[in-house]
Design a protein around this ligand. Sequence first.
Ligand SMILES: C[S@@+](CC[C@H](N)C(=O)[O-])C[C@H]1O[C@@H](n2cnc3c(N)ncnc32)[C@H](O)[C@@H]1O
Length: 308
Amino acid sequence: MASSMRSLLSDGQQYAETFHEFLNHSTEHQCMLEFIEKKLPAIVQRLAKICKEDNCAALLSRFANRKSTIEILGVGSGTGEIDLQMISQIQTHLPGVLLNYDVIEPTQEHILKFKDLVAKTSDLKNINFTWHMKTSSEYEKDMNETQESKTFDFIHLIQMMYYVKDASSTLKFFKSLLASNGILLILIISGSSGWASLWKTYGHRLPLNDLCVYITSSDIKNMLDEAEYKYTYYELPSEMDITECFVEGSKTGTLLLDFLTETYNFEKTAPPDLKAEIMDTLKQPECSIIRDGKIIFNNTLTALLVEP
Ligand SMILES: C[S@@+](CC[C@H](N)C(=O)[O-])C[C@H]1O[C@@H](n2cnc3c(N)ncnc32)[C@H](O)[C@@H]1O
């Protein structure tokens, strides 16, 4: 690995910019929204301990009568678009229920955008946000130091497990924060995605460090199996248009390449042989398909629901 390559996470602003480009060029959030629309009502239903009946709306309103506050924790929530969609779904199904919504998010730019979005969303009612501008391990450390014993009904770790030092102990920590009947949702890149092939081949030559770990749903499943946790999972097909990465001088392409390699300024800092190999691999069938002249990267995600 060339010494000048460094992790994208080492520069919060660049990270935020590349993430923004990634969202603009992928169906990442669309596939999450589909999952939220189709599956979240059932998740809330399970939270309500009333799984055996058929009429979801009726069940949810019974839950609303029973429980007046739901504690939710979003970890690595980013700029909050997905969180707000989940909030909207939960509130649609549980009108009048108060949501206490904690957010753990270390990137200041993301917290600010999330707060902006909250301020702009006019129909947000019955919700209290608590912002923790820190990493999940800092949060864990603070919880341990203060011996706080807060629990949550719903905790989600969406596309953030790459950024923790010890994924297995992070999973155990957040599972330990679940209230009885609480649900832990993990959304992560699928072991069958283009990312998995890319990382398997090149992970060791990219600036893998404390800040980023190339893990996929296959690794998470192994960890959950090892811990003997029960879970269900769903594959969520998604794609990313990486055509711009092959357009000479494209700013968008440069940012997308940074995001794909998790490397700050990959184009300028990567050794030429590594760059050539990665550019070639990105076009191969294990990573992408060619459709209508565009290069479409396999961005399939996996949603894992861990039982309490
Ligand atoms: C790929 S983004 C996903 C954001 C959001 N969940 C979504 O899917 O739109 C990853 C987020 O995790 C945050 N993050 C990075 N390291 C983290 C850590 N150690 N603990 C918690 N969040 C972290 C980043 O700042 C970023 O906002």
